[in-house]
Design a protein around this ligand. Sequence first.
Ligand SMILES: Cc1cc2nc3c(=O)[nH]c(=O)nc-3n(C[C@H](O)[C@H](O)[C@H](O)COP(=O)(O)O)c2cc1C
Length: 307
Amino acid sequence: MAKLEVNFLDLHLKNPFVLASGILGTSPSLMERCAREGAGAITSKSCGPEPRAGHDNPVALAWDWGVINAIGLTNPGVKEEVPLLRETKKRLGAMGVPLFASIFAPTLADFGEVVKVIAEAEPDLIEVNISCPNVGSEFGTPFSALASSAAAVTRQVRRAVDIPISIKLAPNVPDIAGIAYAAAEEGADAITAVNTMPAMLIDPYAGKPVLKNRTGGLSGPALKPIALRCVAEIAQRVSLPIIGTGGISTGLDAAEMLMVGASLVGIGSAIWRDGPSAFGRIADELKAFMDQEGYGRLEDLRGRAIR
Ligand SMILES: Cc1cc2nc3c(=O)[nH]c(=O)nc-3n(C[C@H](O)[C@H](O)[C@H](O)COP(=O)(O)O)c2cc1C
């Protein structure tokens, strides 16, 4: 029988599936439920320096080939987040499921402050979201757009905490591997790739965009080929472990993501669509594929398609 266990940095996960940030990662009970349903690790919803209400409705739509969202980084602010994550960490810890805490910030200095506060919750890893596509009108160009700005955030965060950090990158850049390389040079422990792809959907009857924010981030099946290409490029350039995220909704999708070099596999939209039980289904499907094709361990799959 194929084994799905995986070591990631100094952590041991029962399987490579990680709840992606922004989906059900808002309360201890929702995160515990995802862990009970089979997630190997859990990422909390991104939180920033201050409470944010996010954008006006409609903020998300399940569309034929995925999801489009412009939630707008709704969060209670990092001070409120710490007790929530402490409680979550206690519950997940009892199940042996690591907690990844996601943060964002509008400025470089704020990244340094937010990361210090979130570290009080002692998450197993801090995911640094520099790639939200939906807050450009307030925050300007995302830090993920350039190697230099991604490096600057990584340096700031690296100086502030000893907890492992993963830098979350955007797909809509000309050289994602160069950006990952710059983050690695500044001491990132891992790379999360990718965030959503900036997109727009129009309601032809209303004659206007479906989202109040007009544009949003595209995720789900439409994002998968883009995410696979991004992860493949990063894996060929950088030796850090990658949390491959984007459009994974079946065990076969997960096998593809591992084959382009991912160590862990993030899942967002499929959980949004099907609920947390999708973790168990996707794990069973991956195991069945591995058994059928004669793969005993995840290492046998990892990077196979890019050698
Ligand atoms: C409704 C929604 C909210 C999201 N919120 C966040 C967020 O707060 N922080 C973040 O880093 N990514 C966020 N994402 C992006 C996901 O974590 C993930 O990178 C992306 O959706 C691609 O994976 P998927 O195709 O499996 O959904 C969000 C995605 C969706 C659909």
